[in-house]
Design a protein around this ligand. Structure first.
Ligand SMILES: [Zn+2]
Length: 514
């Protein structure tokens, strides 16, 4: 028995190593055992990291091994090859060239012929070998990423988990079909949002109706939010996710997160402009008009948690001077409700904005009176034309305009790239075959962008059109009611600006383009 060395055998297997049989735990172990038998080494401990990547050293068995080295339990490490130790060349190089020698540890990588206690040429190539192993990891990670990316661009649904309301097509796992039971709940959530309800109210309503939560369909609990969901409690964020997810109009939205790099497990949120959106990839649950309309209502349907009182105009009031929200609070002392500019209230010590204090009841009366006037004029068809020009409204098409310009810019750049690639082929820099492949990809992207531009332009026209019938209906209802409902108000009004000098600007939902 060779007693000079106390040996630790290190075995590692991870998913990014592929399905190579010689890398399996069993074959690594048998190779190592055969080696120590032949050389009569004294094995103290076996360290196995099953399912851990070599791109970092955050592995439990590896850490245990390092501790054992430090307390002198082992002074020799054997692995099948260097990539088992790690695929990070800086870290692996550090270990082999500094850490092991400094701690008087002998390291052997059997298949690479490395033995740090022998003076041989194989040791000299160790650093290069480490770089090769690192590049292999980078390459694999890139391959996985690009194939995933192109699949997303083809509108294939690649995520393992199914969005609520859908299920995977049994004939094609990358295609979504409607889950009838869940889709019914999705429609209910949108219907409740159309009535001007808050996320919080909708969540409570669903809980009250004992509707199964999304989490209760999955078999695992992945965070604390889900524990309450497991118990059948709907939470606000789930409602928000469902009300803002384009997947329900039939579009596939992917690439919302990305890995920082192949060495770090953590994902970060992607910029929305980098989302991969492919339209009409599956059957819709909500029609596009309803979805777009709900998006305009959501900012008005803000959560008002601790308030027991209901204010008709809550969520619609904004400070005309600083454009922040105006909040309504009840004052016990005077038993009255007052408005305050939120920005002023939060940062008053920095002397920003002014209080914008108004008695809420008075304010509400004035505003409702004004809306009534507008409704009356609107219904008088002789006066409508003259009067509608004086009505203020918010231009919701600005955002669309920006998106169109950005896409047009991208297409211009892509066309330039296409020309450049063609020139590269003529100059012989790239082969014709490469040119065809690259140019086809670029052309596909340009065509996709063009399609999106057309859709955005259509949307722009649609959102400029006034639905006269709808406005007439709401105006009639508004005038007929003693106390108008919140649903009516949010359908007629976008925003109300209150100025310090008591001026009031009401932005209506009707447009003045007739
Ligand atoms: Zn203000």
């Amino acid at each position: 028995m060779n007693n000079r060395f106390n040996v630790g055998l290190y075995i590692r297997l991870s998913r990014d190593d592929g399905n190579i049989e010689s890398d399996s735990i069993v074959s690594q172990r048998s190779l190592l055992n055969q080696y120590v038998r032949e050389n009569s080494y004294n094995v103290i401990e076996e360290y196995v990291d099953d399912g851990f990547t070599g791109t970092n050293f955050d592995r439990p068995a590896f850490k245990r091994m390092m501790k054992d080295i430090e307390i002198g339990k082992i002074n020799m490490v054997i692995t099948k090859d260097m990539s088992r130790l790690g695929r990070d060349y800086i870290g692996t190089g550090e270990l082999i060239e500094k850490y092991f020698p400094n701690n008087n540890v002998r390291y052997i990588a059997i298949n690479d012929g490395i033995d740090t206690f022998l003076d041989n040429t194989n040791n000299d190539i160790a650093p290069f070998k480490a770089i090769m192993n690192d590049m292999y990891a980078k390459d694999i990670s890139k391959k996985v990423k690009t194939s995933l990316h192109s699949r997303m661009k083809d509108g294939l649904y690649v995520s393992g988990r199914c969005p609520y309301g859908f299920m995977k097509d049994p004939k094609n796992k990358n295609h979504l079909i409607i889950n009838p039971e869940q889709a019914e709940t999705v429609r209910l959530i949108y219907a409740l949002a159309l009535k001007g309800n808050t996320y919080h109210f909708i969540a409570e309503e669903l809980t009250k109706r004992k509707i199964k939560t999304p989490a209760s369909y999955y078999n695992y609990v992945w965070n604390t939010k889900c524990i309450s969901q497991e118990l059948g409690v709907w939470v606000d964020t789930t409602i928000k996710t469902i009300l803002t997810n384009q997947i329900y109009v039939g579009d596939t939205v992917q690439g919302k997160t990305k890995k920082i790099n192949y060495k770090i497990k953590k994902s970060v949120k992607n910029n929305p402009k980098d989302y991969i959106i492919v339209e009409n990839t599956h059957e819709r649950i909500i029609d596009r008009d309803t979805f777009n309309y709900v998006q305009t209502l959501l900012p008005k349907n803000v959560k008002r948690p601790e308030k027991k009182r209901f204010y008709l105009l809550d969520g619609l009031l904004y400070c005309g001077d600083c454009k922040h929200r105006i909040t309504i609070r009840y004052q016990k002392k005077t038993e009255r409700c007052y408005t305050t500019c939120n920005y002023y209230r939060t940062y008053s010590k920095y002397h920003v904005c002014t209080a914008h204090t108004n008695n809420y009841e008075t304010l509400e009366k004035v505003i409702l009176g004004y809306i009534k006037e507008v409704c009356k004029k609107y219904l008088d068809k002789n006066k409508r034309k003259d009067f509608i020009g004086s009505i203020k409204f918010e231009d919701n098409t600005l955002k669309l305009k920006k998106q169109i310009v950005s896409l047009e810019h991208t297409n211009k750049r892509l066309t330039e790239n296409l020309d450049k690639t063609y020139m590269d082929m003529l100059k012989g820099i790239i082969e014709e075959e490469q040119y065809i492949r690259i140019s086809e990809n670029i052309k596909k992207e340009i065509a996709n962008n063009k399609k999106s531009i057309d859709n955005l332009k259509k949307e722009q026209i649609d959102s400029n059109k006034i639905d006269n019938k709808k406005i007439e209906k709401y105006s009639h209802q508004f005038l007929s009611l003693e106390n108008p409902t919140r649903e009516l108000i949010i359908n007629l009004v976008d925003k109300i600006y209150i100025y310090q000098d008591k001026r009031i600007d009401i932005l209506f939902t009707f447009k003045n383009t007739t």
